[in-house]
Design a protein around this ligand. Structure first.
Ligand code: ATP
Ligand code: MG
Length: 340
C-alpha cells in the first residue's frame, strides 16, 4: 500500500504558509492513500513551549486539519506523543545518523542562530525524530513545504544506512532487503514556500517573533486586511509578465499567495493585475484571503470550543496509529538485537 505521513508542530499560531504548503494539500490525498496526519508535539518541545500553550496549540492543529476537510474516519489524525514508538525508533535512528549530518541542516542553523551550543539537544536531533515519524509507518509519500526538503533527504539517508548497516540481520529475519522504504517528497505546485510579510527573504513561520510577519488562520477579517496592507513591498506597479517578478521577492510572494488562494497561475494573476499598483492589488488579496480562510477559521474555532471531542479524535487516531507502529517496532527490535 502507498502511505502518506505528514505532521505539523503545535508550536504557535498556524499561518497561511502551513495552510497552503501543507494542510490544504492533505485533503485530496485522503481518498487516494492511507493517510496519517500527526500533530507533532514531541517536535514542538525542541524549543520551549508553555504546557498550557502546547495543549491549546495541539488541539488547534487537530482542529485545523479537520476544518480544512480532513476526515478523521478516513485519515488517522493523532498527536505524536501518544504513540511512544516514535520516540523509541528515533533513539535507534539517533544511533544510525551521524552528528555531522545534523549540523548541516539549514533549519538547525536558522533556529540555533549564533547560539548553537545553547539550544536543546532535541533541536539538533529533530530530523532523526522526523525520520522515525515517517518510517515507523513505512510512509512512501510525505506532503510538506519546501523548507522540509532537506529533512526528507536525510530521512532517505537514514533509511538507507539502516538498511545497509543491518542488511545481514534483516535477511536473517526473512524481511525485505529494502526494509525501510526510500520516501518520496511531495513538494510540487505553487505556495510550497510562503515568505514572511515583513521580509521577502525569510519564510513565514510560527516561530517568527513578529505577529505581523504572518497571516494566522485565526485572524479575523480586519486583522488579515491590516497585515496585508502593511506588508512590505517595493513601490513599483505589478508587472504584466512573470519575468517581471525577478528580484522582487515581496511582490513575487504576494502574487504567489494570490495565485495559490485562487487556484490560478502567477501568469494568470498578472494578466488580471499587471500595471496596477498595490492600492488595488492588496485589497483584492485581502478579500480573497478572508473569503478562503474565513470558513476554515470559524470551523476551527467551533471545534476547539469542544476540547473533549478533539481529544477523543486524537485518542482514537493514536490507537489506530499505534497498531501500525507496533508491527514495525517489533521487527526493528529483532533486527537490532534487542531481547524481549
Ligand atoms: P516553526 O516556526 O515552529 O518551525 P513552521 O511555521 O515552520 O513552525 P512547522 O510545524 O515547522 O511550521 O511545519 C508544518 C508544515 O508547514 C510543514 O509541512 C512545512 O513545510 C509547512 N510550512 C511551514 N512554513 C511554510 C511556509 N512558509 N510556506 C509553505 N509551507 C510551510
Ligand atoms: Mg518549521
Amino acid at each position: 500500500t502507498q502511505r502518506v505521513f505528514s505532521g505539523i508542530q503545535p508550536s504557535g499560531d498556524l499561518h497561511l504558509g502551513n495552510y497552503l504548503g501543507a494542510i490544504r494539500r492533505f485533503v485530496p490525498l485522503q481518498d487516494q492513500y492511507d493517510c496519517l496526519y500527526c500533530v507533532v508535539d514531541m517536535h514542538a518541545i525542541t524549543v520551549w513551549q508553555e504546557p498550557n500553550d502546547l495543549r491549546r496549540a495541539t488541539r488547534e492543529v487537530a482542529a485545523a486539519y479537520i476544518a480544512a476537510g480532513v476526515d478523521p474516519n478516513k485519515a488517522i489524525v493523532f498527536n505524536q506523543s501518544q504513540v511512544i514508538e516514535h520516540a523509541e525508533l528515533a533513539w535507534v535512528f539517533n544511533c544510525i545518523a551521524r552528528i555531522g549530518w545534523m549540523y548541516r541542516m539549514t533549519q538547525f542553523k536558522d533556529k540555533a542562530g549564533k547560539n548553537s551550543e545553547n539550544v536543546s539537544l532535541g533541536l539538533l536531533a529533530y530530523p532523526s525524530l522526523m525520520a522515525a515519524d515517517i518510517l515507523l509507518y513505512k510512509a512512501t509519500h510525505v506532503p510538506v513545504g519546501d523548507d522540509q526538503k532537506q529533512h526528507l533527504e536525510l530521512t532517505r539517508d537514514i533509511a538507507q544506512k539502516f538498511n545497509n548497516d543491518y542488511a545481514a540481520s534483516i535477511a536473517e529475519q526473512g524481511l525485505d532487503a529494502e526494509y525501510f522504504p526510500i520516501t518520496e517528497p511531495m513538494i510540487a505546485g505553487p505556495a510550497t514556500r510562503i515568505m514572511s510579510l515583513r521580509d521577502g527573504t525569510k519564510k513565514m513561520s510560527k516561530s517568527d517573533p513578529s505577529d505581523q510577519s504572518r497571516i494566522s488562520l485565526l485572524d479575523d477579517a480586519d486583522g488579515i486586511a491590516k497585515k496585508i496592507k502593511r506588508a512590505t513591498t517595493d513601490p513599483e506597479a505589478l508587472p504584466s509578465e512573470v519575468e517581471g517578478l525577478k528580484g522582487r521577492a515581496e511582490a513575487d510572494n504576494l502574487v504567489g499567495i494570490y495565485a495559490a488562494l485562487s487556484d490560478k497561475t502567477k501568469a494568470e494573476v498578472l494578466k488580471e493585475f499587471g500595471g496596477q499598483g498595490w492600492g488595488v492589488f492588496k485589497p483584492a488579496l485581502a478579500d480573497l484571503a478572508v473569503a478562503t480562510l474565513g470558513p476554515v477559521s470559524s470551523e476551527m474555532k467551533r471545534l476547539v470550543s469542544d476540547p473533549a471531542t478533539i481529544d477523543g479524535i486524537l485518542r482514537d487516531g493514536a490507537d489506530r496509529a499505534r497498531a501500525l507502529a507496533e508491527t514495525t517496532m517489533a521487527e526493528v527490535r529483532k533486527i537490532v538485537g534487542f531481547i524481549r
